[in-house]
Ligand binder design. Structure first.
Ligand SMILES: [Zn+2]
Length: 287
């Protein structure tokens, strides 16, 4: 994941409350099904085909492992009083933003129609957010508060993180690592030669230390921009978001920036792509 390598230590160190409230995405699922039937428009951004290598890792098992890992992280947050309850305005805000973007996810990945999307907020100064395979999203309060993000900018991060999951970047990374000696035993287990419980535990652990490539990051920027524009979020917010990230790079708690360097190149690429999705945004606003 984007910054999951930092998440584990953080989730353990953080403090929080609340229990129930993992988001049941039944409503989102209905919306997604309706939208994917209606939305046949081609992507406005050019990101090419997903890597065929990812098929070495079964999507069902990866999503199952992510689900377990996510549940554990949320349970840790609850135990540390760092789990922000569903009634909190920031959680309501995040879930509203997700509800607008999710209907546009399925054209990027058919499996997303059946994902049980969840969105949760963890109390922490860390600048961090992620979406695990299968649609398990988490934000840290630090990214909202320290960067003073508008709804449009928050949606750009969400689109970016969702894009990592939809384009199966974690699956691709794991498949590539399974071609190495480190991953071979896991690969064998995935092929049915090992214990299912071990497979999930191994994958979950690997998810925590994944780092995406620069290409994955660029792709997530563009797919996220497309998703957010279709949901009616202002495309130029992708530029202001990364400008804010860039300005925050000297602050504490910038684990997100260690995996998401915000240089002039990143911002220039987004600027060049904003006009491509402007019409999608305007159509969504009219709609
Ligand atoms: Zn990323």
């Amino acid at each position: 994941m984007c910054t999951l390598c930092h998440l584990k230590e953080h989730a353990t160190a953080a403090s929080a409350s609340g229990a129930s409230g993992l988001w049941s995405a039944r409503r989102a699922f209905v919306l997604a099904a309706a939208a994917s039937a209606a939305s046949t428009a081609l992507a406005q951004v050019d990101v090419g085909k997903p890597s065929g290598l990812r098929k070495l890792v079964p999507a069902e098992q990866l999503e199952g492992a992510a689900d377990q890992q996510y549940k554990q992280l949320m349970a840790q947050a609850q135990a540390k009083q760092a789990y922000v309850p569903a009634s909190h305005p920031q959680v309501v805000r995040l879930r509203n933003i997700a509800n607008r973007i999710i209907p546009h996810a399925a054209p990027w990945n058919e499996r997303a129609k059946n994902w049980r999307w969840e969105v949760n907020l963890i109390s922490s100064k860390q600048i961090n957010a992620f979406c695990m395979p299968g649609g398990k999203i988490a934000y840290y309060t630090g990214i909202l508060d320290q960067l003073k993000l508008s709804d449009d900018e928050t949606a750009m991060i969400m689109g970016h993180e969702m894009a990592h999951a939809l384009r199966e970047h974690a699956r691709e990374r794991l498949a590539k690592s399974s071609a190495t000696s480190i991953g071979l035993s896991i690969g064998a287990q995935l092929l049915g030669l090992g214990q299912l419980g071990d497979v999930a535990a191994n994958l979950g652990t690997q998810l925590l230390s994944l780092k995406f490539s620069r290409e994955d990051e660029s792709e997530a920027d563009l797919v996220g921009l497309d998703l957010a524009a279709r949901a009616g979020f202002q495309p130029n917010a992708s530029v202001t978001l990364w400008q804010k990230m860039s300005a925050a790079s000297g602050n504490n708690g910038t684990s997100f920036l260690s995996t998401h360097p915000s240089g002039p190149e990143r911002i220039a690429t987004l600027q060049a792509n904003v006009p491509k999705v402007q019409r999608l945004y305007e159509a969504a606003r009219k709609g």
